[in-house]
Design a protein around this ligand. Structure first.
Ligand SMILES: [Zn+2]
Ligand SMILES: [Zn+2]
Length: 352
């Protein structure tokens, strides 16, 4: 079968590798679609601390597919079932896993990191990861199902902020994550949603997703716009969806008294930001950060998709075959368009 294999930093190659054989307590998924995430791009460039040097790995964790083999010891799965997976499999025994926070498990395994992921025709799910396999509700398309994973991370991020009807929400960055946050802020009933980005291209999509005000920071000053749009008060909520220390520093300054912020995009190695604690103290600010999503967040995110309150598939702006994986990653990294989606098989992606 075809698979896009990470071999070393800077090198992802499409190879013909053996179709996985499953043990009696495992299942096999025929992958239909797999989208490219920032995490895939980071691993392809820099590797990952859980990937020893020389270890090859099939990347990808935003997938949807069909169960095509079920080990005879497995219960709860059947042939032909449409499924997705959530990437981070907790150990099940630590204090975080016991609270349902598999995203915070220090001892996690993950598809596309410690296990082969979705950029391959057939994905083997080991027994310990079966709790991370979810049935796709009827009416949810494969692309929407695959994109429910990053959407669920945003849902977790907004839960930490408690966005509500009296909030003016500023979302910094109009990539896929910024768009998901825009959709969620709208769903939460936010009073006003302001989205900023460098360059106008992606801001049109932010408008479509429900932004009231879009700010092109190549020609406009975000702080000035926020002041004008809030009668000088500042924003109740800010979400940073750009990996930049300067953006994080400026974002805190956008907040109103008792404002809340989520530093949603991580900075990676070397990203450190000094905190002006006087600002926190006198304005009573709340600083939050979230990473990934729990399986519980994921179930709620999928419910929103199944209920047609959001349509993540609208973020797919270009599709590729697995042979074009490097083009797909380049596109995902380019900042043009939104989500790159790899299609397998007949390439249609099933609708139900
Ligand atoms: Zn992802
Ligand atoms: Zn754990």
């Amino acid at each position: 079968m075809k698979a896009a294999v990470f071999e070393e930093p800077g090198r992802v190659v499409v190879r013909d590798i053996p179709k996985p054989e499953i043990a009696p307590d495992e299942i096999l998924i025929e992958v239909r679609v797999a989208s490219i995430c920032g995490t895939d791009l980071r691993i392809s460039r820099y590797g990952h601390f859980k990937l020893p040097q020389g270890q090859h790995r099939v990347l990808g964790h935003e997938v949807a597919g069909v169960v095509v083999e079920v080990g005879h010891e497995v219960v709860g799965f059947s042939l032909g079932q449409r499924v997705t997976v959530t990437p981070n499999v907790g150990c099940g025994r630590c204090e975080f896993c016991r609270q349902g926070l598999n995203n915070m498990c220090p001892d996690y395994e993950a598809f596309g990191v410690t296990m082969d992921g979705g950029f391959e025709e057939y994905l083997r799910v080991p027994a310990f990861a079966l709790g991370n396999v979810f049935h796709i509700p009827d009416g949810v398309s494969d692309p929407s199902a695959a994109l429910t994973e990053p959407f669920s991370c945003c849902l977790r991020g907004q839960r930490a902020l408690g966005v509500g009807y009296s909030d003016t929400v500023v979302i910094v960055g109009a990539g896929p994550i910024g768009i998901f946050h825009t959709m969620l802020a709208r769903l939460a009933g936010a009073r006003k949603v302001i989205v900023s980005n460098y360059g106008a291209g992606r801001l049109a999509m932010a408008r479509d997703a429900g932004a009231d005000v879009v700010v092109d920071v190549s020609t406009e000053n975000l702080a000035e716009v926020v002041r004008a749009e809030t009668s000088g008060r500042g924003a109740d909520v800010v979400i940073t969806c750009v990996s930049s220390p300067a953006v994080q520093t400026e974002a805190v300054e956008l907040l109103a008294n008792h404002g809340r912020i989520n530093f949603f995009a991580g900075l990676g190695a070397g990203g450190e930001v000094p905190i002006n604690t006087n600002l926190l103290h006198y304005k009573g600010l709340v600083l939050t950060g979230t990473t990934g999503s729990s399986n519980y967040d994921y179930v709620q995110a999928m419910q929103l998709v199944a209920d047609r309150r959001v349509d993540p598939s609208t973020l797919v702006t270009r599709t590729f075959t697995i042979d074009q994986i490097n083009d797909a990653m380049e596109y995902a990294a380019s900042g043009d368009g939104m989500k790159a989606m790899v299609l397998f098989g007949d390439g249609a992606g099933r609708q139900s």
